[in-house]
Design a binder for this molecule. Structure first.
Ligand SMILES: [Zn+2]
Length: 83
């Protein structure tokens, strides 16, 4: 089924709302390598893309040659064990 294919009742399928440019860049960028911790300077490859509402960063670090996918998450709800 394609995005423009009609629904089961023949009515036009609903398209997702358009993504606003300002929303797509909300939140901080990945600035440091998740492996060596060094700053991802201009020599690094860093590409931001989205899967649905999830922000993903594909990166290559010139300092340690690591390739990584960093996926942003929502809030974490956890508990603190008794001390
Ligand atoms: Zn690195």
């Amino acid at each position: 089924m394609t995005a423009n294919a009609p629904g089961a009742d023949g009515a036009p399928a609903e398209l997702p709302p358009p993504r606003r440019h300002a929303d797509s860049h909300a939140g901080p960028q990945v600035r440091y390598c998740p492996f060596c911790g060094r700053d991802l300077a201009v020599d690094a490859f860093l590409q931001e893309y989205w899967t649905g509402s999830t922000r993903n960063f594909h990166l290559w670090c010139p300092n340690c040659a690591a390739v990584a996918e960093v996926v942003t998450g929502g809030d974490v709800v956890s508990h603190e064990p008794a001390h």
